[in-house]
Design a binder for this molecule. Structure first.
Ligand SMILES: CC(C)(COP(=O)(O)OP(=O)(O)OC[C@H]1O[C@@H](n2cnc3c(N)ncnc32)[C@H](O)[C@@H]1OP(=O)(O)O)[C@@H](O)C(=O)NCCC(=O)NCCS
Length: 178
């Protein structure tokens, strides 16, 4: 497989993205959604992130989107405005070839350039070695585990919280310091 191009997502990529996420919802425990969102819903989510100025990236090989990553608000209350939560999903067939790492590194660079100061990963399932591994490789610190907060496929699931400071992190306060 040739090396992927990492670029900003467009609406034309959303059918691929919807398919990748559908597989993760139906067969995986990284996401706690139980019913795959359809293309209309994925388009609404994409538009909300675009309107908020958040980065949304795809990895593309031979005109096919094989993975995507985005950042969005961590929590809606305004004091959280410099903190983002990330999401990343690849087609299952291409795991462990360095593509997740490339997507994450570009996402981190773009979030830093946007002025965000903290990124939180809320990882579904403490058995998700791939996600924990890629975040650790990017420098995320392990914050802790919320045990047994999800129920999927008849199994109680943990969430694992990891966090990375971006740019100047907490060393300085941005000019917008209300
Ligand atoms: C998590 C995910 C994005 C990782 O992407 P990937 O392309 O498979 O990971 P990479 O090949 O870039 O791995 C980068 C590093 O992460 C770590 N890593 C990746 N997969 C790992 C695994 N299964 N076990 C342990 N470490 C792992 C390793 O340090 C790896 O570096 P190395 O291969 O040089 O040892 C991908 O596996 C995926 O889409 N998983 C399903 C959905 C998901 O869990 N999304 C995250 C939601 S929070």
């Amino acid at each position: 497989m040739s090396s992927p191009e990492i670029r900003p997502a467009t609406e034309a990529d959303l059918p691929f993205i919807t398919k990748i996420y559908e597989h993760a919802v139906l067969y995986g425990t990284a996401t706690f959604e139980l019913i795959p969102p359809d293309l209309d819903e994925m388009t609404r989510r994409f538009s909300a992130l675009m309107d908020g100025g958040y980065p949304y990236l795809v990895a593309v090989v031979d005109d096919e989107v094989i993975g995507y990553a985005y950042a969005g608000p961590y929590r809606p209350r305004p004091a959280y405005r410099f903190t983002v939560e990330n999401s990343i999903y690849l087609k299952p067939a291409i795991h462990r070839r360095g593509i997740g790492l490339q997507l994450m590194q570009r996402l981190l660079a773009e979030c830093t350039a946007c002025g965000h100061r903290q990124m939180i990963a809320v990882i579904g399932d403490s058995a998700n070695a791939g996600s924990i591994g890629v975040h650790a490789k990017c420098g995320f610190e392990m914050i802790g585990t919320h045990p047994n907060v999800g129920l999927k496929f008849g199994r109680w699931l943990d969430t694992v919280m990891m966090q990375l400071s971006l740019g100047e992190g907490a060393a300085t306060v941005p000019p917008d310091n209300a």
